[in-house]
Design a protein. Structure first.
Length: 319
């Protein structure tokens, strides 16, 4: 590997999906660490990044991504899973966008040569399917059945092609990312603030989650640690059950937990997207822990207290 030591010279990192929730935090974290950032975006004029960020026009359908000069490429592309109902067309859109973007980025790396470079490509903990009460790590076998598991598996298969270029591949299996700016937390917050939040049925299923700042910091950790290859779970070391999640959420907001949310109610509200809450994912980030990563928000109470408090800690202060 020819990747430079952190203390030497600035590294250049190209980010696809830099305008997303995790992407914005990653840009800030990289700049706080002294790295250069290339943001690959569809409409450069429509986004407001710090002045030092280089903007390059790119979209997922482009055959070859413009990653010239990048020491590492981070793939965070993908419309939010929970944002719209899962019609057959929406499912195809969610999958195809991820596959096309990954293919374009791999071809961009192939063009400039992969030796000595790193490709971190997002996927999801749903790769292993519904694992019930079983504690699983990066060695989990692919799950069977279910849209999310199938999408994660074909997504990873597409990213695997980068190995042909000699690049180091890290498959970032992301859990439920908690951030103030959007995602599942933003969807649940109005319900809980009105006092209508409750345990998401059935209550015993496990949620793997991570604070947005730890999610961004984990990506930097994967960039720095050259021994990390293959699957890499991005999740807190402390998953919680649905019942615990609801209790801690309501307690943090100083709201009652009055109404358990039945399967029927959740299906009515969210349709097939409710599967995100029905399935159980009890994952442990073995690779992160074994390579010395320290979570700043290891428990859900700490994460929600920060995110829902008046003064969330900026990621730059954590670097």
């Amino acid at each position: 590997m020819t990747t430079r030591p952190r203390a030497d010279e600035a590294r250049t990192v190209a980010i696809a999906g830099a305008n997303g929730m995790v992407g914005h935090h990653l840009v800030e974290a990289l700049q706080a660490s002294g790295d250069r950032v290339i943001a690959l975006v569809r409409q450069p004029s429509a986004h407001h990044f710090p002045f030092a960020v280089e903007l390059r026009r790119w979209q997922a359908s482009d055959p070859v991504a413009p990653v010239d000069g990048a020491d590492a490429v981070v793939n965070l592309v993908g419309d939010p899973i929970f944002a719209k109902p899962w019609s057959p067309a929406r499912k195809q859109e969610l999958t195809q966008t991820r596959l096309l973007a990954t293919r374009s980025l791999v071809e961009g790396i192939r063009k400039i040569g992969g030796e000595g470079r790193t490709f971190i490509s997002s996927t999801a903990v749903e790769y292993a399917g519904d694992t019930g009460d079983r504690l699983v790590d990066e060695k989990a076998a692919p799950g069977t059945g279910g849209f999310l598991a199938e999408m994660a598996q074909v997504w990873e298969a597409e990213a695997q092609r980068v190995r042909e270029t000699g690049a180091r591949l890290v498959l970032l299996r992301q859990s439920l990312v908690l951030g103030r700016e959007g995602g599942t937390l933003a969807s649940l917050l109005p319900v809980y603030r009105r006092g209508f939040g409750g345990t998401l049925s059935p209550g015993g299923q496990w949620f793997s989650w991570i604070h947005i700042n730890d999610a961004a910091r984990l990506i930097l950790h994967a960039l720095d640690q050259e021994t990390i290859t293959g699957p890499f779970i991005s999740a807190s070391p402390n998953p919680v059950t649905s019942r615990e999640f609801a209790k801690i959420f309501a307690h943090t907001l100083h709201r009652p937990r009055l109404f358990p949310m039945s399967r029927g109610m959740m299906k009515l509200m969210w349709g097939e997207r409710a599967d995100l809450f029905f399935e159980s994912h009890r994952t442990v980030p073995h690779v992160a822990l074994s390579t010395g990563f320290q979570f700043r928000f290891p428990t859900l109470s700490e994460a929600l207290s920060d995110l829902l408090g008046p003064h969330p800690i900026p990621i730059a202060q954590l670097m």
